[in-house]
Structure formats: structure tokens, C-alpha cells
Ligand binder design. Sequence first.
Ligand SMILES: Nc1ncnc2c1ncn2[C@@H]1O[C@H](COP(=O)(O)OP(=O)(O)O)[C@@H](O)[C@H]1O
Ligand SMILES: [Mg+2]
Length: 314
Amino acid sequence: MLYLTNLVKFYNDFQAVAGINLHVPKGDLFGFVGPNGAGKTTTIRMICGLLRPTSGNIWIDGISQYGNMDLVKRRIGYVPDFFGVYDNLKVSEYMEFYASLYGISYRECQSLTSGLLELVNLSDKLNENVDSLSRGMKQRLCVARALLHNPELLILDEPSSGLDPRARVEMKELLLNLKSMGKTIIISSHILSELSEMCNSIGIMNHGRIVAAGTIESILNMGRQDFGIIINIGRNIETAAEKAKEFQEIRLASVRENQLVINCSDEEALNRYLVQIMTNDVLVTGFSKHENSLESLFMQLTGDNEENADKSDH
Ligand SMILES: Nc1ncnc2c1ncn2[C@@H]1O[C@H](COP(=O)(O)OP(=O)(O)O)[C@@H](O)[C@H]1O
Ligand SMILES: [Mg+2]
């Protein structure tokens, strides 16, 4: 359905998207996850034709964006991360306004609106002012609007941010419903758990790059090939962390108080490492196995942005 090939975006000298390749198959509910500033919105805006790529290409349904922007735009429904303000505009007028942009007749708009509002559970709000709706309702109205021209691909940029738990559940149910109707859906978030429970595949983005992509199971398997251990250390933990850098098989060495979490691609190397630290005055007081989870893998892949992601969550 969607292919991105060597997609690059520079804002002046700053490279926000650093050559990404991605395939989202038809019918997928694809989660696009990464910390703030990873480049998700930039990528989404390029897919929707709102931002011109510096280089690379975007293919939708076998059609290249180059020279076919109108054709491509018809296949995409876009729900941006910012809703906007609509003074004194009723829900019915809001839908009519967007329908007119797509060249949909007034009569057709009436029947479309009633069907779409039912789908997003807003049928009783037809004559309400848009600005009087709750945030969750506005988000769902935005989805209804994005579906007016019956696009095959729906793209939502952080649709759950700022929603209360109940509204999040409603949004999730709506998206699962749309997936069952055969739509291909891309949804972005900086919170992994929001996506992992509804999406069948995800792409993890960091610093403008896709650092992992595929089905949730395949991404988890990628992490499982590693050997993870937690070492309790009573003395010289810094030495242990430093020594880890000398082993290219060690993909992760993170210090948590008196514990060192190690992920290593090779069992033999892990053993050599342990011998190394113990002969360098590191006092090892215990071991345990470190179980890989999607969450720990995500932290590993986007680790340096951890602080950022936490801050923006509130
Ligand atoms: N219009 C712009 N001009 C310059 N830099 C920008 C602009 N928009 C975004 N950026 C930068 O590009 C990077 C990616 O931003 P964005 O795509 O919004 O990330 P995300 O949606 O993952 O949070 C960030 O470092 C951001 O500061
Ligand atoms: Mg964004």
C-alpha cells in the first residue's frame, strides 16, 4: 500500500528524516513510534503531500507521488496532530465545508455525514458547535472528516495525545473497526504501549531513522536473539560499564544504581566480558536474567532520548 524509498527531509541544514525505507502492506494497522523530535510528523506530512521531500520517493498503491499528487491525495485521509479552532461552526457545517473541498455534492454530503458520524459515535452532535465538543469527540470528528472522500489509507498523527483514558479506548475501538473495514491505517505516538496493543506492525523511529520495523512478533524476536543479564555490582560499576564498550558484541550496557544491564549478541563474548571485569577489581554480587520486552527494546533503540520522551508525556 505504502512504500517510502530513501526518504530524506532537510530543514535548512538540519536533517529531520535521514533516508528512510518503509513498507506498510494493505490492511495493516501500522504504529509509528518514536520520541518527540524523531521525525514522525515530518514523515507523515511528506506522505500526505503537505511537505516536499528533499529527496527520495513515496509510493501509494503503486503510484509514485511525483507528478501524481492529486491522485495520491485522493487515496489518503489525514488527521493532523492539531485540531484547530472553529468559531461558531456546527458539526454539520464542518463536514459540509470539507466535503465541498473534495467536490462532494450537498446531497451526497448529507448521507455521507450521517453514516460517518454514526461510525465515530457522534450522531447526536450534528447541530452542536464544533468548539463545544470534548477533545476526544473533536478527534473522532476529525477522523469522520478525513474519511469523507473514502480514502484507502488513513494517517493519524498522535491521535491519542491529550486524551483521557476513556477517549483513548474509544479511539482505539474506532481504529480497529476501520481496520476491519479494510482500511490501511498509520498511527503515530511517542508512547509505545498505546500502539503495541492495537497495531499489528510497528516502525520505531529515532533521530530521523527507522531503527526497527515489522510485526510486533518479529521485532520482539530481533531482541530475543540477544543474551540479556542483570549484574549486581558492589564495587567499581563504572569500570564494568567502561569495559563493556570494548566488546562489540555488547549492544547495551546501562547502569541502574548498583546494577548493570547487559545485552550481548554472543554467549562466549559475554563470558569473556565477565572474566574481564572480575579480574579488574569489579565486585560482582549477583546475576539474573534480563527478559526482553517490547518496552525494553524500544528504550534500547531510542535510549538517548529517554528523558525527552518522559518529559513530553504530561
Ligand atoms: N519547520 C521546521 N523547521 C525546522 N526544524 C523543524 C521543523 N519542523 C520540525 N523540525 C525539527 O525536525 C525534527 C523532527 O520533528 P518532527 O517531525 O516534528 O518529530 P516528531 O513528530 O517525531 O516529534 C525535530 O528536531 C524538530 O525540531
Ligand atoms: Mg509529531
